[in-house]
Write a protein that binds this ligand. Structure first.
Ligand SMILES: NC(=O)c1ccc[n+]([C@@H]2O[C@H](COP(=O)([O-])OP(=O)(O)OC[C@H]3O[C@@H](n4cnc5c(N)ncnc54)[C@H](OP(=O)(O)O)[C@@H]3O)[C@@H](O)[C@H]2O)c1
Length: 261
């Protein structure tokens, strides 16, 4: 697809990959719209990238998605690309008896249900365009779970499966369905995992985004930057070995002091 002169909505555009996408896509001559929950972060992004249009919206709230849709299509009827990027990743000990049942599935609501609802809301509009695209940001962890972040891993595997199915359903429409299988990168999302993921393994978000945009340009429907390519082959050739590798540090991270009976 042509990566210039589109009107592009990016969920979660105030840091990490979303911010890097916004900056690069603006440079390429696109109209760029971003969302986020935090108004101060949206204002700061607008200050750093004056060309960007900001919308405060929570992707886990269906009513907020409906409001966002009304506002975006009335102000930017040329919208033809949606990047489902917003996401959250938490270290969760599933043996912790204090975990709240409602809060437990927060990543499902943001990372999986969010993109599904966004697609459903914006698809009829995208289908009216001559060329249109959806890009879902999954993760190398869609191909092998990372036991320190169990719910997150489940959301990304689910989003990957959904994206593949969506691509088949939309094959005879103008809407191309892309998946960015993002590798571990140096963004705020990865901060709580410092020490578990070696700093040298973390890619710069603008490098990931440069490869993603190159993938879009060449109509590569599944884009595997950096270590994601290796994870892809390892997950097929030696899934057990890979899981063992990804499981390092779990016991230590969640070690409980022994309580006497
Ligand atoms: N960094 C990595 O190592 C890595 C690896 C593979 C895949 N990914 C994926 O890449 C995507 C972007 O992650 P990142 O690393 O760039 O994270 P990040 O720097 O923490 O950025 C996340 C963005 O999403 C927004 N956001 C979070 N929850 C939201 C919600 N409910 N509604 C709307 N916006 C929301 C945040 O703003 P507010 O908090 O203000 O809402 C922020 O703008 C995620 O889908 C993540 O799973 C990241």
């Amino acid at each position: 697809m042509d990566v210039r002169q589109n009107t592009i909505l990016i969920t979660g555009g105030t840091s990490g990959f979303g911010y890097a996408f916004a900056a690069r896509l603006l440079e390429l001559g696109n109209t760029v719209l971003i969302t986020g929950r935090n108004q101060a972060k949206l204002d700061e992004t607008k200050r750093r990238l004056p060309g960007v249009h900001t919308f405060r919206s929570d992707v886990s709230d269906p009513e907020a998605i409906a409001r966002l849709y009304q506002q975006v299509v009335s102000e930017f009827p040329a919208l033809n690309v949606l990047i489902n990027n917003a996401g959250e990743m938490r270290k969760l000990n599933l043996q912790d008896p204090t975990l709240d049942l409602r809060d437990l599935t927060r990543e499902v609501d943001i990372n999986l249900v969010g993109p599904i609802r966004m697609v459903q809301q914006f698809l009829p509009h995208l289908k009216t365009k001559k060329t249109a695209a959806l890009l879902n940001v999954t993760s190398g962890l869609a191909m092998t779970p990372f036991p320190l972040a169990p719910i997150y891993s489940g959301t990304k595997a689910g989003l990957r499966a959904y994206t593949k199915a969506l691509r088949v359903q939309l094959q005879h429409t103008p809407v191309k369905v892309f998946e960015l299988v993002a590798p571990a990168a140096k963004t705020p999302l990865a901060d709580p995992f410092a020490g578990v993921m070696a700093e040298s393994m973390l890619m710069a978000p603008d490098k990931v985004v440069a490869q993603a945009i190159e993938g879009l340009q060449h109509d590569r429907l599944e884009i595997y930057p950096g270590l994601s390519r290796i994870l892809r082959y390892m997950s097929r050739l030696a899934p057990g070995v890979l899981l063992k590798q990804m499981s390092k540090g779990v016991t230590e991270a969640f070690a409980q002091p022994r309580v006497k009976a």
